[in-house]
Design a protein around this ligand. Structure first.
Ligand SMILES: *Cc1c(COP(=O)(O)O)cnc(C)c1O
Length: 565
């Protein structure tokens, strides 16, 4: 059996963002939260690993919502020195023809289970020897408000700076894992160290692609590359490993890795279509189970599925948990959520009313407003079939007018519907709010436009708290969905869905109508009239999906298929 002994050194896991705990503001969303869950599992398993990221002392974005839903995006600073140890290390990287100094901080991720540690090395350019521009580079995640050159500078620091820092710190790296293309410039540093031999670089590199959305794949003009990075390696060499027209981080990573993967089975198909000719594997994401299970379900699992924290496969035994235990634990977690919403948003939500949750980055393809497609239908269901209330959360990327508009739309819809459906929007979505929501709602709604959701992990967090998902068959839901057993689908089966041939308006209409049908005919009546069946479904989400959608299983797959091959 493959184990960490098959490694000749450390796994160096590079990620632009990581969500390790709520108040360490080095994450924006799914990519970072996944990185955090991954590193937590690496520590649990005692894998020899080190994580490289950026310190971003001004965080990502603090969201303030005005009366009409307009998002004000502020800096979100965190006290680095309270959480991290300053390392006595210094390297330089070339940016705009000068040597920029990079230093580092260390945050130790210590497993409560195994006592093992995986360090996160946070890169920092905010030092006196740098000029004021260079001091800005690592201050804020994804540098909202700055230009593309700033983004490229961040990627130079992560890829090239990170690799030099690891070297300086004495790490013997066996595998460089690029979690998304942001870190792909590390391949150039490795090329230089290996006499420009691509085979030697490929031997050491693995790459994970995380999104089918075109804009999620960084591309930089050659002119910009020339200005910011200079002739770090000859342009012709870069073109060979990227592509003719620009520096494309995904191509660079794919061409210089021995292994590449997508993050769900469906995403594999989509990625292979986007990047024909590349052998892209599929390792479905997971979540770190003990981190995302609410207190009441922790007690229930402790009683009925002993050993689940160390080994979430044990959750298959959730099939024996009695109805009352499930319902009591759920209601208790739901009350915590409702109390939070009522307190923080001045709402008057009711824990006995069917509660639907929807939280994710505010961006068009996630279709947060699909539920409001037809007010009459929605009103009709609420007034004649049964009451329901809806809780939203999510930030727009600062400066993304489209995303900000989505939030205002929800506010507007909520206002128009307020006599029939209670709709609330929780300000400043972060890991704490994500936890509360995925532990406390009754139904987790996820209706992205196909096939743009690579995986989605919030529905997995919900499943570990016995909460069924209601969603379009995209990302992980293609794998985790069993109709009327682990949740419900919206719209067609994957093989019947033809997103390339279907105009977006038509897809929206079909999906919205199915969403209403499901609510009207199945979900709302079952919640109020067939509690036994409802609890059966809750139990199945835990017993069927619990054994699989966790980062321990996922990390084993990375170890066996990516790191030690
Ligand atoms: C889990 C989580 C996400 C990822 O959720 P998706 O389902 O991928 O949208 C994003 N943000 C936060 C704060 C989370 O906790």
């Amino acid at each position: 059996m493959v184990s960490a002994d098959n490694l000749d050194g450390q796994i160096a896991y590079y990620t632009m963002e990581i969500g390790i705990e709520n108040d360490v503001k080095t994450y924006s969303g799914g990519l970072g939260v996944l990185a955090g869950d991954t590193i937590r599992s690496f520590a649990d398993m005692g894998l020899p690993a080190v994580c490289v990221s950026q310190v971003n002392e001004n965080g990502y974005c603090k969201q303030i919502l005005e009366e009409d839903g307009t998002q004000v995006s502020e800096e979100d600073p965190w006290p680095v020195e309270e959480y991290c140890e300053e390392l006595d290390v210094e390297v330089t990287v070339p940016i705009y023809g000068r040597d920029v100094t990079v230093t580092a901080w260390q945050y130790d991720v210590v497993s409560e289970k195994s006592g093992e540690t995986v360090p996160i090395i946070y890169l920092d350019t905010n030092v006196e020897s740098n000029d004021p521009d260079a001091q800005e580079y690592t201050k804020r995640l994804y540098s909202p408000g700055y230009g593309e050159d700033h983004q490229l500078a961040q990627e130079i620091i992560l890829g090239i700076g990170g690799t030099r820092i690891l070297d300086e710190l004495g790490y013997e790296v066996d595998v460089y894992h690029m979690n998304e293309g942001h870190a792909a410039l590390l391949t150039l540093e490795l090329l230089k160290r290996n006499d420009m031999d691509p085979e030697a670089v490929r031997e050491q590199c693995v790459f994970t692609t995380h999104t089918p959305v075109e804009a999620g794949h960084d591309q930089f003009d050659w002119d910009l590359v020339n200005e910011v990075l200079g002739e770090f390696v000859p342009r012709e060499t870069l073109k060979e490993y990227s592509r003719e027209q620009d520096l494309h981080m995904t191509y660079l990573a794919l061409n210089l890795s021995r292994y590449a993967n997508s993050v769900a089975k469906k995403h594999q198909e989509v990625s292979r279509n986007m990047f024909p000719g590349y052998d892209i594997d599929a390792i479905t994401n997971g979540v770190h189970v003990p981190f995302w299970v609410g207190e009441d379900f922790i007690d229930v699992y402790d009683e009925y599925t002993e050993g689940w924290q160390e080994n979430p496969y044990k959750l298959k035994h959730a099939s024996v948990i009695p109805d009352d235990d499930i319902w009591e634990a759920h209601q208790s977690q739901k009350e915590d959520l409702i109390e939070y919403v009522n307190e923080h948003e001045g709402a008057d939500m009711d824990p006995d009313v069917l509660t639907i949750g929807f939280a994710r980055r505010a961006t068009a393809y996630k279709r947060a407003d699909l539920l409001f497609y037809n007010h009459e239908r929605l009103r009709h269901i609420a007034e004649t079939v049964g009451e329901f209330q809806i809780i939203f959360a999510g930030k727009a990327f600062p400066g993304d007018e489209g995303g900000a508009g989505n939030i205002r739309e929800i506010f507007h819809n909520a206002w128009e519907l307020n006599d029939a459906v209670n709709v609330e929007y929780i300000e400043d979505y972060d890991m704490d709010v994500g936890g509360l929501l995925t532990q406390g709602v009754d139904v987790w709604l996820n209706n992205p436009r196909r096939p743009l959701e690579a995986c989605g992990t919030s529905g997995m967090k919900a499943a570990y708290n016995g909460i069924p998902q209601f969603g379009t068959l995209d990302g992980w839901w293609v794998e985790g969905h069993i109709e009327n057993e682990t949740g419900w689908k919206i719209g067609p089966e994957p093989e019947e869905s033809k997103p390339d041939e279907t105009p977006a308006e038509e897809e929206d209409r079909t999906d919205a109508m199915d969403l209403y049908d499901q609510l009207e005919n199945t979900i709302v009546p079952m919640y109020y009239n067939d509690r036994e069946k409802w609890i059966d479904i809750m139990r199945n989400t835990m017993a069927f999906n619990g054994p699989y959608y966790h980062t321990r299983r996922m990390s084993r797959e990375y170890l066996e298929d990516a790191y030690t091959q």
